[in-house]
Design a binder for this molecule. Structure first.
Ligand SMILES: Nc1cc2c(nn1)-c1ccccc1CC2
Length: 290
């Protein structure tokens, strides 16, 4: 699979940094001919036996996974350049910032807004899971807002994503401690259900601003996860509906096979469009037909 060898600068003007990831820096770029803006992810290649830089095998996997996805809630990949030091992914530009920053500004979100965001994330995640792809690094930093004032989101950073198949056994790729599922901590088989646990953590954080399993050390966090040591602290959850808590409870299940799937979540009453909205949507549909 050949990447463009010519210099990126011939076709794109490179702008300011807009983010970073493992071994990567992301910059805003402008396609010279059209003025169209994109995000260019510069991934450092691992040189020789060193540890710095991403392995070519992992870079190829991220690219092949991105190329096989096409959904409005998943970042699009347009083209790839390669130099001796780096592989450069030309990605769809999103300018709304990370969901992480959106929460930090507000401390936590109301249930309507949280449910709308989680619904968007679930639709993007359903596209991955329907293609047997697990993201394995879901966290607010990897969820970008399309623009400041919309709830449209894009899943980004497929650096740890894996194709899940019954035959091969995939084990721990450590994600970020507070978001990983018990099977990752215990070095057991990973699956699509691993992402669903992370959805539970993200939902808990959106509603409360607090992180359910975070301890004072990584070891304490891992212990809290494997012991399912969390609670709906009255301080943060006194005004949270039982429906929202039920949604989270169905995801914090130790046995991955018993954990709610992405379809279970999309059909959960806390996510499905509220009755009156649906009624409204139906009525407006009739008006459109007339
Ligand atoms: N690790 C990261 C980090 C980021 C991105 N991708 N990977 C990204 C992708 C498209 C648009 C904007 C960004 C900035 C953050």
């Amino acid at each position: 699979y050949a990447f463009k060898k010519e210099s990126l600068e011939l076709t794109y003007e490179v702008g300011d940094d807009i983010g970073s990831g493992n071994f990567a820096v992301v910059r805003r770029v402008t396609y010279r001919d059209s003025g169209q803006e994109y995000a260019a992810k510069f991934i450092r290649k691992r040189r020789g036996g060193g540890r710095k830089g991403a392995r070519m095998e992992d870079i190829h996997k991220e690219i092949s996974i991105l190329r096989s996805l096409d959904h409005r809630n998943v970042i699009s990949l347009y083209e790839v350049f390669e130099t001796s030091q780096e592989v450069i992914l030309i990605l769809e530009l999103v300018t709304g910032g990370e969901l992480f920053d959106h929460i930090s500004r507000k401390d936590h979100l109301g249930e309507e807004e949280a449910s709308a965001f989680i619904g968007q994330i679930l639709h993007g995640l359903k596209h991955l899971h329907d293609n047997n792809i697990a993201h394995l690094d879901l966290k607010p930093e990897n969820i970008m807002l399309l623009d400041r004032n919309s709830q449209s989101i894009k899943l980004i950073d497929f650096g740890l994503a894996q194709r899940i198949s019954e035959k091969e056994d995939i084990r721990a790729l450590m994600g970020t401690a507070e978001f990983i599922a018990p099977e990752v901590v215990s070095y057991e088989r990973l699956s699509l259900a691993t992402d669903m646990w992370s959805i539970g953590v993200i939902t808990y954080i959106l509603l409360s601003g607090a992180s359910p399993f975070l301890g004072d050390s990584q070891q304490e966090t891992y212990h809290n996860i494997t012991a399912l040591n969390y609670e709906f602290d009255q301080e943060y959850f006194e005004n949270t509906s039982d429906l929202a808590k039920d949604f989270i409870r169905r995801l914090f299940v130790k046995n991955p096979r018993k954990r709610a799937t992405v379809d279970d979540c999309i059909n959960h009453a806390w996510i499905r469009p509220k009755k009156q909205n649906e009624e409204l949507q139906r009525k407006s549909a009739v008006i459109n037909i007339d």
